[in-house]
Design a protein around this ligand. Structure first.
Ligand code: HEM
Ligand SMILES: *[C@@H]1O[C@H](CO)[C@@H](O)[C@H](O)[C@H]1NC(C)=O
Length: 360
């Protein structure tokens, strides 16, 4: 039995262990950087190069959005059913000549062309480079979570077969089955869709218009996307019919058909709606699902943690989701049966017409 005199000593000792040790940084050899883990030194060099030369000095520009999309398109080349083991292996870059033939990889060439010169400049694998670039691009968007980054993926890969990337014209059953085959639950898919809060679609029909946003705040990682996808659709932004798009509530806004369906399907609608007023849960669940996505096809234990290199994202100013001007609860197509749609502020002013998203 412990004596009474020993107890205070013990609890003091426990306290000392529990307090976080001051982070110790060491000087990297051959560079001006310091790192907590010297294995991560190279990533500080890559960070500066990316921020300066791809993300226009650390901005949440289109290249940042494309870099996040690329992490998904590389990693989702994984299938239990078809025994495809690659996952986040860099194959989309190493075998771009094959993988870019898949129509679901439309416009992926843009970001690959931007980052390939950097990926071959440093002694790191393509798989690591893609996940790192996506985590940095995401961190440039205000309100985003700071994603985990693990390094150490092998640089060898084989081309992923076509058909593994979900398409915007697919129904919810097809998309959920594909995601389940890559180990993701419907809730995890909804969390991953937070990525579409910083997203746009290249205007293929009119090349002079670079890209059209999925929500009214494409430079902020916020819940606005989860509101706007539930508003009644009024018109297609380009007036015509584009495969995989459905009418959006705001002129100039793109609604992917799949996003509209996922927002309304009984299997996903309540999780979708829950993010409208819970930015913290949206970020936490997105971060967890991204951590899983980034190591698909790998044994986590074989990688080392270089999350220390990922910049701390800026907090968003107003992270409260709102109804865009001239929309209200009356325009919400209530799809979660168990919980009423939350009360949100209506933005004053006239109906919005969204501008195209500029690129660097
Ligand atoms: C049901 C699953 C999904 C479908 C059908 C889908 C489809 C699409 C489509 C068609 C685009 C437009 C691309 C373009 O024309 O430029 C897009 C953009 C984007 N997607 Fe997805 N996506 C899905 C899931 C995801 C996931 C899981 C992520 C990331 C974790 C993601 C991240 C993005 C981002 C960031 C963009 C914006 C790219 C840009 O602005 O250039 N998507 N998505
Ligand atoms: C990774 O492989 C690609 C070819 O797929 C090559 O161009 C690149 O230099 C390799 N990187 C390293 C660090 O070996």
């Amino acid at each position: 039995m412990l004596s009474k005199t020993l107890l205070p000593l013990l609890s003091l000792a426990t306290l000392a262990v529990a307090a976080a040790p001051p982070s110790r940084r060491s000087q990297c050899s051959n560079s001006k950087y310091t790192a907590e883990n010297l294995k991560c030194c190279v990533w500080y060099e890559i960070l500066d190069d990316l921020q300066e030369n791809v993300f226009d000095n650390g901005q949440c520009i289109q290249e940042a959005h494309e870099a996040l999309r690329l992490t998904f398109h590389d990693a989702i080349g994984f299938s239990i059913k078809d025994n495809v083991k690659g996952g986040a292996d860099g194959s989309i870059m190493a075998h771009s000549d094959i993988e870019l033939l898949d129509v679901a990889n439309g416009n992926i060439d843009d970001i690959l062309n931007h980052i390939h010169p950097l990926a071959i400049k440093y002694p790191v694998s393509f798989g690591d480079f893609i996940q790192f670039t996506g985590a940095v691009g995401t961190a440039n968007c205000k309100g985003a979570p700071r994603l985990e980054f693990l390094a150490g993926r092998s640089n060898s890969s084989v081309a992923a077969p076509p058909g593994l990337i979900p398409a915007p014209f697919q129904d919810v059953t097809t998309i959920l089955a594909r995601m389940a085959d890559a180990t993701f639950s419907p809730e995890e898919l909804v969390a991953l869709m937070a990525s579409h809060s910083v997203a746009a679609r290249d205007a293929i029909a009119d090349p002079s218009q670079h890209a059209r946003p999925f929500d009214t705040t494409p430079d902020a990682f916020d819940a606005q996307f989860f509101v706007e996808t539930l508003l009644v659709g009024k018109a297609l932004p380009t007036g015509g019919s584009t495969l995989g798009e459905s009418p959006s509530p705001i002129l100039g806004e793109i609604r992917l058909a799949s996003d509209g369906l996922l927002a309304r399907d009984p299997r996903t609608a309540c999780e979708w709606q829950s993010f409208v007023t819970d930015h913290e849960a949206m970020n936490r669940k997105f971060k967890a699902a991204m951590a899983k996505l980034a190591v698909l096809g790998h044994d986590r234990a074989s990688l080392h943690d270089c999350s220390e290199v990922i910049p701390m994202p800026k907090r968003g100013a107003g992270q409260q989701a709102v109804f865009p001007p001239e929309t209200s609860i009356k325009d919400i197509e209530q799809s979660c049966k168990s919980t009423p749609f939350p009360i949100l502020k209506i933005t004053p002013g006239k109906q919005l017409v969204l501008p195209i998203v500029p690129s660097a």
